[in-house]
Design a protein around this ligand. Structure first.
Ligand code: ATP
Ligand code: MG
Length: 401
């Protein structure tokens, strides 16, 4: 269907942004919100696409809230978090005795949300058998409970989301092509954070102010170099990553003016965003771009550090501060500073990873993600851009429990 792709900020769009707390004015983001508002009253399935952490979860809520279904139920289902064995029963319900443990009949989400909207998040994670059941609901509004032969009817609007390229999943035989076309009557693409220009700064300010309020601490501000570094960084985890970093900075550096060097420890090296070692040897455009962004960011941080050192040096000349030689950790500094690796050393490090096996890298990435997220598997899976189900399997496989 033909939908206006305008990126105009109408009063209605402004109102939706306020209502859902969406920050940003990038034309591609505004066009995505406009599209959601426009398609909301028309009872079509919508597929929301975009990288992990871009804010896809706002869109099914906008669609529901601006549709005639707004007074009926809205149910969000994370398809990746439900074990394969129970997903059909969760979605479509089951009859008493239909499987071991089915001690009573149970309604599924498709029955519960009759008249309302179901948001199928991480839809690419649905097993093929469930995809067939879903296709039937979409085409006829009919479904069968697990263990039942009585056809039931439901009136549901479906909004699905994925950060996976479904056309590639179709090519791999993991996603039904007919379901893809049925689901994606209307597509809404949420842009990556790196493509939103100054929105990065608007979001960092908003998160800094939110967190300072939450922790009742003085807010942080960002100096020119930190802002420029943020604008150049690749943000593989998009808005979620920015929010997470600002939260840490807001907590540990409350009240400070943050420099690019201050931010460096919080930014995982671009090569650590989950890319298997074997894939890293291929000189794809994406990985080269990632390396380049990372180097620019680090150079920015080093310039920042040099400036700081120069200022300190000038100050120490006037006060004749004496520092013992064995406390000097960094060759470019005459005062004690934290050691920051040179870009060349970082590249050497990257080369080293080619000697380890893919399994080693994968195990280490999983271990680190679990550690970074305090053992929380949901958050770790997000960081790794894999489903929770896959993470559970890998944790078992590598004995990381
Ligand atoms: N434009 C925005 N303004 C304010 N907060 C935002 C914006 N975009 C995203 N966020 C915040 O970033 C976080 C991640 O967003 P969300 O959970 O919607 O990502 P997602 O696209 O669903 O990612 P995934 O594919 O990993 O599920 C949330 O806390 C969300 O509130
Ligand atoms: Mg999501």
């Amino acid at each position: 269907m033909q939908i206006n792709l305008s990126s105009d900020l109408s009063p209605e769009t402004q109102q939706a942004k306020m209502r859902f707390g969406i920050v940003g004015n990038a034309p591609a983001l505004i066009a995505a919100i406009n599209r959601a508002i426009q398609v909301a009253p028309i009872d079509l399935s919508v597929l929301v696409t975009g990288e992990s952490g871009t804010g896809k979860e706002f869109f099914p809520k906008i669609i529901h809230a601006y549709s005639p279904r707004k007074h009926s139920r809205y149910i969000a289902v994370n398809c990746g978090a439900i074990p394969e064995g129970t997903i059909d029963s969760e979605l479509f319900g089951h009859e008493k005795g239909s499987f071991t443990g089915a001690v009573a009949a149970r309604k599924g989400y498709f029955e519960e949300a009759d008249g309302g909207t179901i948001f199928l998040d991480e839809v690419a994670e649905l097993p093929l058998t469930t995809q067939a059941r879903l296709l039937r609901v979409l085409e006829t509004g009919e479904f069968l409970k697990v263990g039942s032969s009585t056809v039931q009817k439901t009136n549901i609007r479906i909004v699905a989301a994925t950060n996976v390229n479904l056309l590639e999943a179709i090519a791999r035989g993991q996603f039904r092509e007919d379901l893809y076309y049925r689901l994606s009557t209307v597509q809404i693409h949420v842009p990556a954070l790196r493509d939103r220009g100054n929105d990065i700064l608007l979001l960092s300010r908003k998160f800094a102010s939110d967190f300072s309020e939450r922790y009742t601490m003085p807010p942080v501000t960002f100096d020119d170099a930190a802002r420029s570094a943020m604008l150049h960084y690749r943000w593989p985890g998009n808005v979620r990553q920015l929010k997470n970093i600002v939260e840490q900075v807001a907590l540990f550096d409350a009240g400070k003016t943050i420099t690019a060097a201050d931010m460096l420890p919080y930014l995982p090296e671009a090569t650590m965003s989950y890319t298997p070692a074997t894939a890293r040897t291929s000189h794809s455009y994406e990985s080269e771009r990632e390396l380049l962004f990372n180097m620019i960011f680090r150079l920015q941080a080093e310039i920042d550090l040099l400036k700081k050192n120069a200022a300190e040096q000038t100050a120490s000349h006037t006060t004749l501060k004496c520092i013992p030689a064995d406390t000097i950790e960094h060759p470019i500094s005459t005062s004690l500073v934290k050691y920051t690796p040179e870009p060349m050393e970082l590249m050497a490090d990257t080369r080293k990873t080619h000697e380890v096996t893919l399994e080693d890298t994968e195990r280490e990435a999983i271990r680190k993600a679990l550690e970074d997220n305090g053992g929380k598997r949901k958050a770790a899976a997000r960081q790794l851009k894999i489903s929770e189900r896959t993470l559970y399997r890998k944790i078992k496989e590598y004995g990381l429990e």
